[in-house]
Design a protein around this ligand. Structure first.
Ligand code: PLP
Length: 421
C-alpha cells in the first residue's frame, strides 16, 4: 500500500514518465543548465560514474558485465569497507539501535554508541574529546566559523581540500593562502598575521592529488615561533600513517603540537560515512553549541557508527593491517619506478603515475580498464595544466599478485601509448 501510494505521487497521469514542471522560468532554467552541461562536456571534464554491483574491495563487479575487475581507485586503504567484523558490527548496531535517529544530536539524536565512538576517537588520537559529524566535509564546514572571528587569522595551504577552502570561506577571519608546503611563504604570512588576535595554520596532513605529506615538523616549529595553532585534515592519513596508524602527526612526531584534527570515517575507518573533530575539550564543547553542520543535521545512523567503532577496535588491537598496507605501497612504488614511471609523493598509498598530457592519462586509464584494472585519470582543472596523471591507490587487501598484475598492465599500456620507451 505504501509503495503504491509513493508511485502514484511520482508518476504523472499513470504514463510512467517523470512529471516535468512547465512555465517560462523552468524552460529558461532548462536551457541554461543544458548549455552549462554542454560546456562541461566540451571542456572534456565530464565525470562519468561507473556503477559497481558488488561490495567495495580489491575485486569488483561492474554493471554491464565487468566481473573480477581489480580496483585501484578507492580510499579503502585498510580494506575494512567489507571486513566481516565491520559488517557484523553494523548489522548488530542496526538491530539494537535502529535505522536512524530522525533527529539532530541535541534534540533527540544522541545514543550511547555515539558517545562511545567519540570517546574512542579521542583515545585513538590521544586527544581530550571528539565530536561526530555526518561527514568530514561537514566537520570542515563547521570548525572555522565556530572558532574564528574577524579579529583572528587563518593561514591555509593553497592545495588544501575543497572542504577546507569552503569552511574557511564561511568564517569571518582574515585569510592568508600560502604556497603549497612552502615554509618561507608560510613564515612571511605568519609575520604579517601577527597583528591578529589568534592565528590558525590549516593544512591537509596528506594531499590526495599528489600523495605528498605536509612538513608538519616545520609547520609546528613556525607555529611555536609565531604563537599560532595548527589544524590538520587527516582524511588520507588516519588509520595507516605512523607506526600505529594514528596519522601524519604520529608519523612526524608532533602529536603534542597539533591542536585540532579533522578526519573521516568514510575512507580507511570502515568507509561507511561520517567525520569528526578531535582536540581540546573546550573546543569540542563549543562546537556542540555553535557548529552549524552539527546543530542542524541528522545524527549519524547506528550502522555507520557500528562500522567505525569496530574499525577503530581493530586498529587499536594491532598495527598489522597498517603495516601490511605500507609493504604493498612500497612494492607498487618501487616496481613502477623500476619500470620507468614517475610516481609522485613518497611512502603514501596514493601513488599518482605522472603522465603530463591529459589525453594520454584518459586513454591509458581506459585501456587499463580494458585489461581489468580500474584506475582513474585526473587532468585540469582537478590538477594543474600539464600535470595530468593516473592516480593509483593501494589497499592492505591487495595481494602481491594484484599489485604485480597492475604494474604489468601499466607497463604494457605505457609502451603502447608512448609513455614508456
Ligand atoms: N578532506 C579531505 C582531504 C578529503 O579527501 C575528503 C574526501 O574526499 C574530505 C575532507 C571529505 O570527507 P568526507 O567524505 O567524510 O566528507
Amino acid at each position: 500500500m505504501w509503495r503504491g501510494a509513493a508511485v502514484r505521487v511520482l508518476r504523472s497521469g499513470g504514463t510512467g514518465k517523470p512529471r516535468a514542471a512547465s512555465g517560462t522560468a523552468t524552460a529558461e532554467l532548462r536551457r541554461r543548465l543544458e548549455s552549462e552541461l554542454e560546456d562541461i562536456r566540451g571542456a572534456g571534464t565530464w565525470k562519468n560514474e561507473r556503477v559497481i554491483t558488488s561490495r567495495q574491495g580489491p575485486h569488483l563487479r561492474l554493471a554491464g558485465g565487468g566481473a573480477g575487475i581489480l580496483n585501484f581507485c578507492a580510499n579503502n586503504y585498510l580494506g575494512l569497507s567489507s571486513h566481516p567484523e565491520v559488517i557484523r558490527a553494523a548489522v548488530e548496531a542496526l538491530e539494537k539501535f535502529g535505522a536512524g535517529l530522525s533527529s539532530v544530536r541535541f534534540i533527540c539524536g544522541t545514543q550511547s554508541i555515539h558517545k562511545d565512538l567519540e570517546e574512542k576517537i579521542a583515545r585513538f588520537h590521544q586527544r581530550e574529546d571528539a565530536i561526530l559529524y555526518a561527514s568530514c566535509f561537514d566537520a570542515n564546514a563547521g570548525i572555522f566559523e565556530a572558532l574564528l572571528t574577524p579579529e583572528d587569522a587563518v593561514l591555509s595551504d593553497e592545495l588544501n581540500h575543497a572542504s577546507i577552502i569552503d569552511g574557511i570561506r564561511l568564517c569571518k577571519a582574515n585569510k592568508y593562502r600560502y604556497k603549497h608546503m612552502d615554509m618561507q611563504d608560510l613564515e612571511a604570512k605568519l609575520q604579517d598575521a601577527q597583528k591578529h588576535r589568534l592565528r590558525l595554520v590549516a593544512t591537509d596532513g596528506a594531499f590526495s592529488m599528489d600523495g605528498d605529506i605536509a612538513p608538519l615538523r616545520e609547520i609546528c616549529q613556525l607555529a611555536q615561533k609565531y604563537d599560532a595553532l595548527v589544524f590538520i585534515d587527516e582524511c588520507h592519513a588516519t588509520g595507516f600513517l605512523g607506526p600505529n596508524g594514528r596519522g601524519t602527526d604520529e608519523l612526524l612526531g608532533v602529536m603534542d603540537k597539533v591542536t585540532i584534527i579533522n578526519s573521516t570515517l568514510g575512507k580507511a575507518l570502515g568507509g561507511a560515512a561520517g567525520g569528526y573533530t578531535t582536540g581540546p575539550k573546550p573546543l569540542i564543547d563549543l562546537l556542540r553549541q555553535r557548529s552549524r553542520p552539527y546543530l542542524f543535521s541528522n545524527s549519524l545512523p547506528p550502522a555507520v557508527v557500528g562500522c567505525a567503532s569496530k574499525a577503530l577496535d581493530l586498529l587499536m588491537e594491532s598495527n598489522a593491517i597498517a603495516q601490511s598496507m605500507a609493504a604493498k605501497t612500497q612494492r607498487f612504488r618501487s616496481k613502477m619506478t623500476a619500470a620507468g614511471f614517475t610516481i609522485s609523493g613518497k611512502d603514501h598509498p596514493i601513488c599518482p603515475v605522472m603522465l603530463g598530457d591529459a589525453r594520454l592519462a584518459a586513454v591509458m586509464a581506459e585501456d587499463m580498464l580494458n585489461r581489468g584494472i580500474y584506475v582513474i585519470g585526473f587532468s585540469y582543472p582537478v590538477v594543474p595544466k600539464g600535470k595530468a596523471r593516473i592516480r593509483v591507490q593501494i589497499s592492505a587487501v591487495h595481494s602481491d599478485e594484484d599489485i604485480d598484475r597492475c604494474v604489468e598492465a601499466f607497463t604494457e599500456v605505457g609502451q603502447k601509448h608512448g609513455a614508456l620507451p
